[in-house]
Design a protein around this ligand. Structure first.
Ligand code: AR6
Length: 164
């Protein structure tokens, strides 16, 4: 699997699936979640409600339609809320592991990821990057490209530095 990084908006990625940094309720929110629901349109929320009546557990992933996005699917993950004291790192790496498993179930070959938990949920950015890269580097998957989407230039530089 190739690991790539771009600076930009995850909703504008031309990939098979985009990953959403959701919450357990799975009914939308701010940050990446808000942007994906806005750009994907109401079909995304309708599918969340239909397919996930009880939401998702922290560390888990599940897919819905991507509605009006260029991508075909949204793979929703729920990162740990560091700010609220959820500091178990395995919950964060689990998001990436599970997202790649769901991508394999779907046959998605190109997948764009945000830095899960690194925004509202307050996970320290450098460790959020390290967690994503650890999983990607050891992943056993049919996904061809895992694309990390950096929201802003500083984040792009920080990811590049760890990618080497
Ligand atoms: N494209 C790519 N990255 C983005 C975008 C975007 N359009 N917008 C923000 N980021 P966050 P979390 C970056 O807060 O920390 C929501 O309310 C952002 O700079 O979206 O997992 C949910 O509903 C940061 O680096 O997700 C949950 O309640 C990263 O994406 C909660 O926030 C993740 O920031 C989830 O918080």
């Amino acid at each position: 699997m190739r690991i790539t990084v771009v600076e930009g908006d995850i909703t504008e990625q031309d990939v098979d699936a985009v990953v959403n940094a959701a919450n357990r309720a799975m009914r939308g929110g701010s940050g990446v979640d808000g942007a994906i629901h806005r750009a994907g349109g109401p079909a995304v929320l309708e599918d969340c409600i239909r397919r996930f009546p009880h939401g998702l557990a922290t560390g888990d992933a599940g897919w819905t339609t991507a509605g009006d996005l260029a991508a075909r699917w949204v793979i929703h993950v729920v990162g740990p809320n560091h700010t609220r004291g959820e500091t178990d790192r395995s919950l964060l790496t689990s998001c990436y592991v599970r997202a790649l498993e769901v991508a394999d179930e779907l046959g998605a070959r190109t997948v764009a990821f945000p830095l899960v938990s690194a925004g509202v949920y307050g996970w320290p950015k450098d460790d959020a990057i390290a967690a994503a890269l650890e999983v990607f580097r050891s992943a056993d998957t049919r996904v061809d490209e895992a694309r990390l989407v950096a929201f802003g230039h500083d984040t792009y530089d920080a990811i590049k530095a760890q990618l080497g």
